[in-house]
Design a protein. Structure first.
Length: 257
């Protein structure tokens, strides 16, 4: 079972790239972030034509998350992160697929920091920690994946000294991610590649992709029962080099059946 996450940075504008990647790699389950499309503008027909069923939570111009699966449609559990009924951002959707609960998330960027956007990021993180704790307590197989907008360590960012005051790398952000992991989650990429330089995001500016000047901000967190099934993981880095592509790369894991 191959599960992938991909911040598409506009599902309609990048649709040719998304479809090309799906045809090339054919993952069983895909979590998408930053759809940047209202609910009625999601390209369901094009997705269906490749053999995928989808659930999604759109939002005009910003945010938006989706879960795609081959075969049966994902069984939706919720389409908002619990804890703040007034939060209208489309940043979380959760479903059961093939016996696994999958949470697809797009954590707030938080810049400029400090400021209201950073405060929102930390509050969102607190809600995620609480929900993740409850998911772990269920003892069910769970995957929390998506764009976390966090570089957990200096190993996860090119020239970390330049990012000290950025919301994605501030001590509060990294501490929140650390506390989340310490609940009992496994960072899939770091489990299999503890020392390697691996990036999932390359800015459009300053030839970042060509210089390998990136960030690792797209993560897979696995509950203990899923961790035991982890067989492989990787980043489809070459997709970042395609024409009119997202600034993120698809990231994937493979689980034993």
């Amino acid at each position: 079972m191959r599960i992938a996450t991909y911040n598409v940075n506009g599902v309609n504008g990048r649709l040719p790239v998304l479809l090309r990647w799906l045809e090339e790699t054919s993952p069983d389950v895909v979590c998408l972030q930053e759809l940047k499309a209202p609910q009625e503008k999601f390209p369901e027909e094009a997705i269906n034509n490749l053999g995928y069923n989808a659930i999604w939570h759109g939002q005009k111009s910003w945010n938006g998350v989706a879960i795609l699966s081959k075969g049966d449609k994902p069984e939706e559990v919720c389409r908002a992160l619990p804890g703040d009924p007034e939060d209208e951002h489309s940043r979380y959707i959760e479903a059961k697929v093939n016996g696994v609960t999958i949470g697809c998330l797009y954590l707030p960027n938080g810049n400029p920091a400090p400021g209201p956007k950073f405060d929102y990021k930390l509050r969102w993180f607190e809600r995620l920690q609480q929900h993740a704790k409850e998911l772990l307590a269920s003892k069910q197989p769970v995957i929390l994946t998506g764009d976390y907008n966090v570089m957990p360590t200096e190993k996860d960012v090119y020239k970390p000294e330049r990012w000290v005051n950025d919301a994605l790398f501030r001590p509060e952000t990294r501490q929140a991610f650390k506390e989340l992991i310490e609940q009992g989650w496994t960072d899939a990429i770091r489990k299999l590649y503890p020392e390697e330089t691996i990036y999932t995001f390359f800015d459009y500016f300053r030839n970042a992709y060509e210089r390998n000047a990136g960030l690792r901000i797209d993560h897979f967190l696995l509950s203990p029962s899923v961790d035991k099934r982890l067989k492989a993981a990787g980043v489809d880095r070459h997709v970042r080099g395609w024409e009119k592509t997202s600034d993120h790369c698809p990231v994937w894991i493979e689980l034993k059946d």
